[in-house]
Design a protein around this ligand. Structure first.
Ligand code: GAL
Length: 668
């Protein structure tokens, strides 16, 4: 981003033209520079097939622009107009039981359908051409939260697209599909690609995990293809526009073609969905770090600005300081722009209680005052953060599409790798470490400790880089079941841990699910204490040059290796033959922190205070955020607090939910 965008989602189609000039003035007074428009306005922009009418948006964009507020436009394809679904009911999505979704909500149309793609291209082209030379339009959001409510698709369009997907993937060779999926099991051999069904879990029973994983990839492929149609048109029409999308949702591979098509990924942030206020900070930090593992720094097209409510829930109203605290946590974790959802609460529709900055009566109250305060601060903080990245020294692996959905296809009731990663992230975050998430295909520069909890699928191209990083001093930790599957979600034939075995320097000789934690407790010794492992055990055999790091203490495993450590160059590879969750995580975190020589972000950090560091462009920015409902005193580096606009030296008093962004010299 060349400018830190600060603004809100705005809806001229909800009657806001009447208050637009006052709205724009209030936006300016709150430091805002941008609105996002039109994501659900297809019915107005194309009231009948082929008749386009953009007058409302022309006027809104011009009047906002005249007051210095620029526009991000959206393709409106998350909600097709009624004439379209009446004329072509076949574009409606169908669920796995064959039930057709109905008009009257949103996301009812199939992104797999060629016919729907045609309509999507038409409205995108019409909008792009109409707004091509509008100086106030700076960029685009594709659709709105693809797959947010519904990601499955068994429509006719999906069935046709499935054959195209399979043909591409298996180059038209049905034999290759049969081999890759192991279709000999349960008489699934297919003769023609056209005959391969879309798999549906539970109808009647267990699925072939290879078939299931390819179905997940197929859905991701259809969404990426649908978005690509729009991206192509927008880029060809006006090269100066940048393009984003607001994720993250199921069955989309944001690291794949979907994400590569975008200039920057957007992520919508609603921390009030964490009902326990004490957990909000940790959960928000984790979700944002996981976003960065998908595509790096991001923008926030929608950030909570009041209590949200839909049919069956209504959030707490954020208390004073809580919104501001959330916005700074987002920036501290890599947000390079924030738009709030929404400017004003709608008085009608499914979200008539999804509260905006302003209440229904349009009176600016404390939420507006708080938003305006942040807007004023962002005049200093915004320009400083652009060009910087979040600097971490400990990371968990996350955000891998194949591992997520391979696990989902056959999970044995075990937690997914990202779920365990979230647990580790939480422990490290609470203890004040500069923790983040990194995908194993990316750079680990600056990271000292890296935990890949349970990636059953390991891409061999990750290995040389991981090994080089370990040799240069990194501590790599791998959990049970790593490397046990191939790219089709079949079990590997090698000794375990498969492709990782040379790097790990040990072999798994026996493994099992641990179900009877109470009746047959399995314990291992960590740091001189006995710790119960609740989900899984493996018995390991270290190769020459690899040490036994932990041993099992009970039952027939007693005395046998439970974890190994292979010294490698300046670093080490640790393999732990159990699930890294629960008591095991709690016991391992302090041991590994010691081993890797990690220091907390700042010394003597009070509990409940979050510190992150963004650096780059010759700057170091320390974000210090008090999540407590009481004031704290924090020892901080000397520098200038850009929030309060004053110098700080050594110590800082922060009120409840207070924040500081200290710009310090690079020397530190
Ligand atoms: C997002 C969505 C918005 C609105 C908001 C509040 O998921 O993009 O359109 O629904 O949440 O629910």
């Amino acid at each position: 981003m060349t400018q830190f965008l600060w603004g809100a989602a705005y809806y001229p189609e909800h009657g806001e033209l009447a208050t637009l000039d006052l709205d724009a003035e209030r936006m300016r007074a709150a430091g805002m520079n941008t609105v996002r428009l039109a994501e659900f306005a297809w019915d107005l922009m194309e009231p009948e097939e082929g008749r386009f009418d953009f007058a409302l948006f022309d006027e809104a964009i011009a009047r906002l622009g005249a007051k210095g507020i620029r526009t991000i436009l959206c393709t409106p394809t998350a909600a097709p107009p009624r004439w379209l679904t009446l004329k072509h009911p076949e574009v409606l999505r169908v669920d796995s039981r064959g039930v057709t979704l109905r008009h009257g909500s949103r996301q009812q149309a199939s992104t797999a359908s060629d016919l729907y793609r045609e309509y999507s291209r038409k409205i995108t082209r019409a909008m792009a051409e109409h707004f091509r030379d509008n100086p106030h339009v700076i960029g685009w959001q594709t659709d709105n939260e693809f797959n947010c409510h519904f990601s499955e698709d068994y429509s006719v369009g999906a069935e046709q697209a499935w054959v195209v997907f399979l043909r591409e993937k298996f180059r038209g060779d049905i034999g290759a599909l049969n081999r890759a999926w192991g279709t000999a099991f349960w008489a699934q051999t297919y003769v023609r690609l056209e005959d391969v069904p879309l798999p549906a879990r539970g109808l009647p029973t267990h699925l072939n995990p290879a078939h299931h994983l390819d179905y997940s990839r197929f859905i991701a492929w259809t969404v990426a293809r649908f978005q690509h149609d729009q991206v192509e048109i927008l880029r060809a029409t006006q090269p100066r526009w940048w393009i984003t999308h607001n994720g993250l949702f199921r069955l989309i591979d944001y690291r794949g073609p979907f994400g590569r098509d975008l200039d920057v990924l957007g992520y919508d942030v609603y921390p009030m969905f964490t009902w326990d206020p004490r957990q909000r900070g940790a959960n928000q930090a984790w979700s944002l770090d996981a976003v960065r593992a998908w595509t790096g720094n991001f923008i926030i097209p929608e950030h909570q600005s009041g209590p949200g409510g839909q049919t069956d829930y209504l959030h707490d109203n954020p208390e004073p300081g809580e919104l501001r605290r959330m916005y700074y946590t987002s920036i501290a974790h890599g947000a390079d722009s924030i738009l709030l959802f929404r400017w004003r609460s709608a008085r009608f529709g499914a979200e008539e209680y999804w509260t905006g900055i302003l209440d229904h009566d349009n009176v600016p109250r404390r939420r507006y005052v708080e938003v305006a305060q942040v807007g004023g601060e962002l005049a200093r903080v915004g320009p400083a953060v652009l060009g910087t990245h979040v600097a971490i020294d400990v990371a968990v692996a996350a955000s891998d599409f194949d591992n997520t959905y391979a696990h989902e296809a056959l999970h044995f009731g075990l937690p997914g790798s990202d779920q365990v990663a979230a647990e580790w992230h939480g422990h490290l975050w609470r203890a004040g470490y500069r923790v983040g998430a990194v995908h194993p295909g990316d750079s680990l520069a600056g990271v000292k400790l890296y935990v890949i909890p349970h990636f059953t699928l390991v891409d061999p191209t990750w290995l040389p880089r991981l090994e080089a990083w370990v040799r240069a001093g990194g501590t790599l930790v791998l959990g049970a079941r790593s490397g046990t599957k191939d790219g089709d979600n079949n079990v590997v034939t090698d000794l375990l841990p498969g492709a990782l075995r040379p790097l790990v320097g040990a072999t798994v000789v026996e493994y099992g699910r641990q179900n009877a934690e109470e009746q047959r407790p399995l314990e291992l010794e960590i740091g001189g204490r006995r710790v119960v492992s609740s989900d899984w055990y493996e018995q390991l055999e270290p190769a020459a040059g690899t040490e036994t790091w932990l041993r099992w203490a009970t039952r027939h495993q007693a005395g046998s290796p439970a974890a190994t450590l292979r010294p490698l160059g300046q670093g080490r590879v640790i393999y732990v033959g159990t699930y890294l969750n629960g008591a095991v995580a709690q016991a391992l975190v302090p041991e590994l922190v010691k081993l890797a020589g990690l220091e907390p972000a700042l010394r003597d950090l009070p509990a409940g205070v979050e510190v992150t560091r963004r650096e780059g462009a010759g700057r170091v920015l320390w974000f210090v955020i008090n999540h407590n409902e009481t004031p704290v005193n924090v020892r901080v580096p000397a520098g200038r607090d850009l929030v309060a606009d004053r110098d700080v030296a050594g110590a800082l008093d922060l009120p409840a939910r207070g924040v500081a962004v200290i710009q310090a010299g690079l020397a530190r």
